[in-house]
Design a protein around this ligand. Structure first.
Ligand code: FAD
Length: 565
């Protein structure tokens, strides 16, 4: 046969993997496989995301910590192996994703381009470029929504063009997913073969060393392994305990449980799409159908998945969602600037063992329980240090293995009381008993104590001892407040406060009081101006706050001098 005739009868599809790194419930992959004679499964390594940046504050690239990069590589190896079982393999190329992709479309004579729709601004911009090229070149594109349970655009459309801002209104609009009762496609029997690769230098999935990482510390290595196989194993393990699924009630979990975490730890798998949230939903739904009683959203396991969709929807419909300025759902607050305090928080040096242990867990594991995240986010922002939520968000964004643009920003706004105030009322009302506390809880007055909150769950301080071995011999009476231990006890525990472990960076009582006052003033200003706070007004408030700070410092100094005198 003449080569030109052969080419004409060939239909080549390109499956562009970004998230959605799985075989099960992957409509883009399914479409790429159907009615194509050749299929090219591609992953593009963006050096910005993957290659080492020695100037970053922790090992990793400019954008991601090493744990998440390792997790992604493990995921790609697993995906490659699954593709092998289907008679194909994962093609890996390096470079700027849009340029690489356009080269592939040309070089491989692609007629069908398939990839999962992504609502993140980074992908929206990237995909617009690629789709533009494809449209001009006459290439069919297929971009299904399969990362979330619902299509965020549909929900926004149903709500008249803006996203619902409360969980309850989101639930009402969303209803039951259309696919909830029909079986999802969870397997593929084979894939069309890969076509001629032309001049493109395709490689296998690189190792960390091949990406340029040397000396990867084992001590800072997360124990969670990436990949679809591990995701499905974890899912099966979680849902095997029907009673646990049926009575799952989020606020009741123990944030200090580290040997066996109190929740599923499926978030990193959902983040990369190693696990389909729809498949997760169906599996849980099946368990719930088989039991007599079970919890419901927002506290149930399905409720957690719905929180995820809620944040995706609000994030998609809110310009500047990841910033305070220009973000219409975010309160304008004159946060303090202190690189010193921020670094103490980030590097586990606040002197509050509960906070520091959580930050060690973040660095080492890349994952912490939801309430542990609450504790450190509250401490950094409205609770104690009054530092901008965007700064804390950046640290989480880098170090979490489940770092997710919509969920991370949404939760940081929530925890800093910058947004989602009304669900805050509702959600927290389920957190705390008796019901009389409910009204108080919905105010920014409800601050997590860095001393007593963890103690409720773990009075012996085993979590602290595990993540902060320097305190391992501190008696339990002092483990949450080691600076109160007499020197003889500190000596016996081989941990002198101020030398082996830092003194607290603030006094919690006075710092939290000040934070409340500042937030109160900021709320007043936002209310007075109907949320339209301009730079001048915010700066003026910031100036007043700084003056108050200075006069407080002066007073404290005078008091000390009088005492000494
Ligand atoms: P489970 O309780 O087993 O829940 C199952 C799934 O539901 C999770 O995997 C997750 O996808 C979803 N989910 C659970 N809680 C929430 C929530 N509050 N909001 C949205 N979805 C939720 N989660 C992330 O996935 N990525 C982030 O970057 C992230 N940043 C956070 C930052 C802060 C300051 C806070 C307070 C929370 C953040 N969360 C984030 C939400 C939550 O803490 C994690 O999703 C959860 O702890 C993951 O553990 P899990 O998989 O065991 O959750």
């Amino acid at each position: 046969m003449h080569p030109a005739t052969a080419m004409a009868s060939e239909s080549c599809s390109l499956m562009w993997f970004r998230k959605g790194l799985r075989i099960h419930d992957n409509p883009a992959l399914q479409h790429a496989a159907n009615a194509s004679t050749k299929c090219f499964p591609l992953f593009v390594i963006d050096p910005h995301y993957m290659e080492p940046d020695p100037t970053a504050f922790s090992p990793g690239s400019t954008r991601a910590g090493l744990n998440r990069i390792r997790f992604l590589l493990e995921t790609l190896v697993d995906l490659d192996s699954s593709l092998n079982n289907l008679g194909s393999r994962l093609l890996v190329l390096r470079g700027d994703p849009s340029q690489v992709l356009i080269r592939c479309l040309k070089e491989w004579s692609i007629s069908k381009l398939c990839f999962e729709y992504d609502t993140e601004p980074y992908y929206q911009a990237l995909d617009a470029k690629v789709k533009n090229y494809a449209s001009v070149a006459g290439i069919e594109t297929f971009t299904p929504v399969s990362h979330t349970l619902f299509d965020p655009a549909d929900i926004i459309h149903k709500n008249g063009g803006t996203p619902p801002l409360t969980y309850q209104s989101f639930l009402k609009l969303a209803g039951i997913p259309s696919w909830a009762s029909s079986p999802l496609s969870t397997s593929l029997s084979s894939l069309p073969p890969i076509g001629n690769l032309g001049s493109l230098q395709v490689s296998a999935v690189p190792t960390l060393e091949e990406l340029g990482y040397v000396d990867c510390s084992e001590d800072e290595r997360t124990s969670f392994r990436g990949g679809e196989s591990e995701a499905l194993r974890r899912l099966r393990e979680s849902i095997a305990n029907k009673e646990w699924v049926a009575y799952f009630e989020k606020p009741k979990g123990n944030p200090s449980a580290f040997l066996r975490p109190a929740t599923t730890v499926l978030s990193p798998y959902l983040k990369f799409g190693c696990l389909s949230s729809r498949y997760f939903y169906q599996c849980v739904q099946e368990v719930l159908r088989s039991v007599k009683r079970h919890t419901s959203p927002p506290v149930s396991l399905l409720g957690q998945l719905l929180w995820r969709d809620f944040f995706y929807t609000v994030a998609f419909g809110t310009p500047s969602f990841d910033r305070m300025r220009g973000n219409r759902i975010c309160k304008q607050i004159p946060w303090k600037e202190s690189d010193e305090l921020l670094a103490a928080w980030r590097d586990s040096r606040t002197g509050f063992p509960w906070i520091d242990a959580i930050m060690v867990q973040l660095r080492k594991w890349g994952w912490m329980h939801h309430l542990a995240r609450h504790s450190v986010a509250c401490f950094l922002t409205r609770g104690d240090l009054f530092i901008h939520w965007e700064k804390g968000r950046d640290v989480f964004e880098r170090l979490l293995i489940d770092s997710d643009w919509a969920i991370n920003n949404g939760n940081w706004m929530w925890l800093s009381c910058s947004s989602f105030f009304y669900q805050c009322c509702f959600h927290f009302s389920l957190f705390f008993h008796p019901p009389k506390l409910q009204l108080l809880c919905c105010q920014y007055h409800r601050i997590y104590s860095p001393i007593t909150f963890g103690k409720k769950y773990d009075p012996d301080g085993n979590y602290i001892r595990h993540f902060l071995p320097v305190l391992k011999d501190m008696p339990k009476e002092y483990i949450y407040e080691p600076w109160t231990a007499p020197l003889s006890i500190q000596r016996k525990a081989k941990c002198i406060i101020g030398i082996d472990y830092p003194k607290p960076v603030v006094s919690h009582d006075s710092a939290s009081k000040e934070c409340r006052q500042r937030l109160g003033e900021a709320y007043e200003l936002n209310k007075k101006l109907g949320g339209m706070v301009r730079d001048e007004e915010l700066n003026e408030l910031k100036r007043r706050v700084e003056e108050q700070d200075k006069s407080m410092e002066y007073k404290t100094k005078r008091q000390k001098q009088t005492l000494i005198g």
